[in-house]
Write a protein that binds this ligand. Structure first.
Ligand code: NAD
Ligand code: UDP
Length: 312
């Protein structure tokens, strides 16, 4: 049994990670300030004997006992990370420093939930880990993109300078149950709009692409990276390489929900990447990991979740 700290544990990915860790016998301390997380995501864990919750902001130092730190705390949806961009950079950078200091003090291993956003609007396709990216340092996405890039720098410097055991995971667009209905990301927006019979909001011409990974696959990749031998530090891309345009996604959501919603074309937000697809050969060779859930199967699960949620 291992004592794991999950920052951002009341969020979408964090709550699924808590489930998996508890399910395999670990004890879990979930640390969250509920900026985008929700009590609903973890209420089924509150009575669990190996689960604890600490309401805390990772921009402040933390002193507790732990063996493994999963650092997920950070709003992930553009709508939310742009709401208070200075706080987003603080969360990425100060949050990383505080968790790295804690790992150092505890002799703990630490994993960073980094992102495909470190590649920006890429001119290399698909994106391998060796690609340095094309990121605007002063745009509306920069608080998140540059914050996450700086966090990666900090992880590697703590590793080089202090020999800390680190793991850096570059997560590509992930979806599934427990996304917030007002999260603002494309999969949850389209499903909620389709179920309510509201117009589907397509930003730009809808030809931009993303590669969508189902949450269960993602969490499996995260656990494999954390458990991998110390020499495997990353960065490692984890995502589903099947690539779809936003119009294709809308068509699937409409078909699977049976909705008659119309399409509503809206302006494309600034610096919105035109295409994104992970090169996952490293995750395959180093972690023996590959996604298993198709977009259609994952959408069926996610639609079922939102159907139940909206009915309550
Ligand atoms: P989410 O918004 O659902 O979860 C983030 C959690 O962090 C929330 O519970 C929020 O309340 C908490 N949080 C935010 N700021 C905090 C702070 N200062 N102190 C403590 N807690 C704080 O997002 P998610 O999709 O679950 O993403 C989790 C992590 O994975 C994030 O770091 C995100 O950057 C990364 N990631 C996610 C995706 C994706 O597609 N879901 C893609 C790339 C990277
Ligand atoms: N998008 C859209 N309609 C929405 C929300 C998003 O067309 O209601 C587009 C958005 O412009 C982007 C893609 O869907 O091109 C993915 O957006 P999301 O916010 O989910 O993730 P990210 O842009 O961070 O990859």
């Amino acid at each position: 049994m291992s004592a794991a700290l999950v920052t951002g544990g009341a969020g979408f990915l964090g709550s699924h990670l808590c489930d998996r860790l508890l399910g395999r016998g670990d004890s879990v301390l979930c640390v969250d300030n509920f900026f985008t997380g929700s009590q609903r995501n973890i209420e089924h864990l509150e009575q669990h004997p190996r689960f604890d919750l600490l309401r805390h902001d990772v921009t402040l130092p933390l002193h507790i006992e732990t063996e493994r730190i999963f650092n997920l705390a950070c709003p992930a949806s553009p709508v939310h990370y742009q709401r208070d961009p200075v706080q987003t950079t603080r969360t990425c950078v100060l949050g990383a420093i505080n968790m790295l200091d804690l790992a150092l003090q505890q002799g703990a291993r630490i994993l960073q939930a980094s992102t495909s956003e470190v590649y920006g609007d890429p001119d290399v396709h698909p994106q391998p880990e060796s690609y340095w990216g094309r990121v605007n340092p002063i745009g509306i996405r920069s608080c998140y993109d540059e914050g996450k890039r700086c966090a990666e720098t900090l992880f590697f410097d703590y590793h080089r300078q202090h020999r800390l055991e680190i793991k850096v995971m570059r997560i590509f667009n992930t979806y599934g149950p427990r996304m917030q209905p007002d999260d603002g990301r494309v999969v949850s927006n389209f499903i909620v709009q389709a179920l309510r019979g509201e117009p589907i909001s397509i930003y730009g011409d809808g030809q931009q692409t993303r590669s969508f990974c189902y949450v269960d696959d993602l969490v499996e990749g995260m656990l494999r990276l954390m458990d991998a031998e110390a020499g495997i530090i990353g960065p490692v891309n984890v995502g589903n390489p099947a690539e779809f345009s936003m119009l294709e996604l809308a068509e699937k959501v409409l078909r699977l929900t049976g909705s008659r919603s119309t399409l509503d074309f809206k302006p494309l937000p600034g610096d919105d990447p035109k295409q994104r697809q992970p090169d996952i050969s490293l995750a395959g060779s180093a972690l023996d990991w590959a996604p298993r859930v198709s977009l259609e199967d994952g959408l069926v699960e996610t639609i079922g979740y939102f159907r139940r949620l909206l009915a309550t």
